[in-house]
Design a protein around this ligand. Structure first.
Ligand code: MN
Length: 424
């Protein structure tokens, strides 16, 4: 199928501001509601949401033979389960409807006014119901930084790291969309000078800048998905903030890995940018040395050129950017992650979320967590209001943004913005 929507010369009759991440070449899917509309599916175009339920009910998708009610739902799971080919056709059809030279919707004033909803009037909700969440650890810079801080600078990477994409099973129930505030978690920690653990609010609340992919196709138990087949299974991506409580983490994680330090919340950007929209943004990944086992080998460009940034906004103040990095440097790519995840026969489900692991670059300004930016609390970061941060304080808002840029077209993810409230 040719992806007409990706044509960089296409323009829409909907006004798209120059710096918008939502031009006609993007068309990400999400779930929204307004004061007058129940939750349902929409796509982002400029500063508007196109109501897919309305378009479907009024025959604009009639040639695609979509199931009745597929958009009129709280989650996109049934829609993305139609498969990449079908969802790609829907995206192409939407691009056709929004194209400046197509009069179908453009000149149908009543339909246009009902189908286009200003983003300012809408609330974005969780785009999918997430059956399973997995978190990888695929940035070599992040793994090296953490290994250097907590173990041994000479042997920062553990012996397995270059042979397999390390991961763990996270908690799906506490994934929330941008705009949902979280409370500082409480838990057990053991301060270095104490000989007994203590209980209380975490003193080391941190973010982790990650990208996550969402699967749109099930696999059967016992059947691995190869690196080549993986593209068929991936519907799209969101920005993912894997909140972490570092003091809880260091005390609890031996020997089975993260638990309460991670499962209290993860925050995502609400628009799913499709793999189709990201096709023009593919780049080569870093060379893998030593070579990997045959089931992890892959062909083609499997990394993505996505600019990312993190800002912290103290309550009542301006935001300060604390990180600027790019998704393209990930050592393990998503095809390898999915192939490794399923090589033992583990089955995957529609709506599953797979986060990349903290995305850090080589330079300190590109580190993707406060743990690394402030180097374990030793290098405070100055905020625009003059205060300093080594971790995240109550009242702070953490904002992550991202976009891929190609041929003068900006494929944006929007943002994930989360306020931290005091412990309950
Ligand atoms: Mn993580």
């Amino acid at each position: 199928m040719s992806i007409n929507a990706n044509n960089p010369s296409l323009k829409s009759w909907v006004n798209v501001p120059e710096d918008s991440g939502f031009p006609i070449q993007n068309l990400p899917f999400g779930i929204f509601r307004t004061s007058y509309l129940e939750p349902g599916a929409g796509i982002a175009i400029g500063e508007y949401i196109l109501d897919l339920t309305y378009l479907h009910e009024n025959g604009f998708f009639s040639e695609l033979k979509l199931p009745r009610g597929v958009f009129n739902q709280k989650y996109l799971n049934d829609f993305i389960a139609l498969g990449r080919e079908k969802t790609g056709k829907v995206r192409n059809r939407i691009a056709e409807l929004l194209w400046e030279e197509n009069a179908e919707l453009r000149d149908n004033k009543p339909a246009r006014e009902l189908a286009l909803i200003p983003m300012a009037e809408a609330e974005m909700l969780m785009p999918v119901s997430v059956p399973n969440y997995t978190d990888f650890y695929s940035s070599i810079e992040h793994a090296t930084n953490v290994g250097t801080m907590f173990r041994d600078p000479e042997n920062a990477l553990l012996p397995n790291w270059r042979h397999l994409p390390v991961g763990y099973h996270g908690r799906a129930s506490s994934i929330v969309p941008s705009g949902v505030a979280i409370h500082r978690p409480k838990g057990q920690t053991k301060p270095p000078e104490a000989d007994q653990p203590v209980f209380g609010p975490t003193k080391r609340l941190d973010f982790e800048l990650e990208m996550a992919f969402i699967t749109g196709k099930e696999s059967r138990l016992g059947n691995p998905v190869s690196t080549q087949e993986a593209d068929e299974y991936i519907f799209g991506f969101v920005i993912f903030n894997d909140w972490s409580a570092r003091d809880i983490q260091v005390w609890e994680y031996v020997p089975l890995g993260p638990f309460l330090a991670k499962n209290f919340a993860s925050s995502i950007s609400p628009w799913i940018v499709t793999l189709d929209a990201l096709e023009p943004c593919r780049v080569e990944g870093p060379e893998q040395e030593p070579g990997v086992l045959p089931y992890l080998r892959y062909e083609g460009k499997k990394n993505f050129d996505i600019e990312l940034e993190v800002a912290v906004r103290p309550e009542g103040s301006q935001e300060t950017r604390v990180c600027q990095t790019n998704f393209r440097y990930m050592y393990w790519n998503v095809n390898q992650q999915l192939a490794h995840h399923t090589v033992n026969g583990c089955n995957i489900r529609v709506g599953d979320m797979y986060a990349s692991g903290t995305i850090s670059g080589k330079d300190p300004s590109s580190y993707g967590s406060m743990l690394e930016i402030a180097w374990k609390g030793t290098k405070p970061v100055r905020m625009s209001d003059g205060s300093e941060r080594v971790f995240i304080e109550d009242g702070d808002e953490v904002i992550m943004r991202g976009y891929a840029g190609r041929d003068g077209v900006r494929i944006g993810f929007g943002e994930v913005r989360t306020k931290v409230l005091p412990a309950k």
